[in-house]
Ligand binder design. Sequence first.
Ligand SMILES: Cc1cc2nc3c(=O)[nH]c(=O)nc-3n(C[C@H](O)[C@H](O)[C@H](O)COP(=O)(O)OP(=O)(O)OC[C@H]3O[C@@H](n4cnc5c(N)ncnc54)[C@H](O)[C@@H]3O)c2cc1C
Length: 298
Amino acid sequence: MPEYGALKDKFGDYCLFDEPAANFTTYQAGGKAEALVKPGSREDLEWLSGWCRAASVPLRVLGRGSNVLVSDRGLPGVTALTERLSKIEISCNTITAQVGVSWDALARLSVEHGLAGLEKTSGIPGSVGGALRMNAGAFGQEAFDRLENIDGFSVSGSPVRLEKKNMTYGYRRADGLDGLIMVSAGFVFAPGDPAVLLQDRSFILAAREAKQPLDYPSAGSVFKRPQGDFASRLIDAAGLKGLKVGGAEVSSKHAGFIINVGGATAADIYALMREVRARVKEKSGVELELEQILLGEF
Ligand SMILES: Cc1cc2nc3c(=O)[nH]c(=O)nc-3n(C[C@H](O)[C@H](O)[C@H](O)COP(=O)(O)OP(=O)(O)OC[C@H]3O[C@@H](n4cnc5c(N)ncnc54)[C@H](O)[C@@H]3O)c2cc1C
């Protein structure tokens, strides 16, 4: 085990050891992070990255852990959570947000200021960084729609600025972000009527509540939408609603979600993912592609 004393000295209570993934992922399942650090500024994150580089310790950066499944064997090295990188500024039709701002706070602020283009992404429970990494989206809008640029630094510590116009991205995909630690992003909006945008937002939040099993821990849709169809429709058609492995269950409310109904291990969830994939393939011939990210050894 590396000598982590310097991290504890630097981050104090914001540095935890052997922290269960239940405490930093929305599945509330999986093993322990060897060291979990919550940097409070860009400088802190750069310092942490430099320290990990010098000590040859792996570093991974997470937002709200709402699109990941952490192995029961845990995460070696340092896991940085961005929740304290939470500055957000608005100027005319532009919003600049640090990566730890909750995506929904960005959506809400834009709506309140009559800035159109992200209102339909209201309620996505991730961070700005995680939403950009996944190009998260809903109801026909996605994170990249209003993006202008991303600021961050490379694993070697060099500052990087990416302009959206030079990037390629698509459905739940943003290329060229591997190895980049994102710190903040700029968004540019079209003008809209705040009353209409607020109405759209309320409608979307209500639709999420009605359709999604928000009472249970999950990480949202397990699989990407296959061409011309919906993963949830295929899973339902294969008769898999309610299928269980240990504490993991295919939601009866939304077949696209696997929920933790109590005490699920990552192995339970992973086994259920595989079972669902196999049975959908058998029934419909469609190979579902995982949207969620597996972290650690599976
Ligand atoms: C109830 C529920 C509903 C959901 N609904 C939707 C939906 O409608 N649409 C949708 O697209 N998704 C949805 N999701 C999934 C998830 O919320 C999104 O994918 C979200 O954008 C992930 O953000 P996060 O901060 O949790 O990312 P994390 O899960 O923490 O991380 C995801 C990836 O981003 C990387 N990352 C995060 N921050 C940084 C950074 N600063 N620098 C570099 N890499 C970084 C991580 O390393 C990881 O690879 C839902 C999830 C839940 C639980």
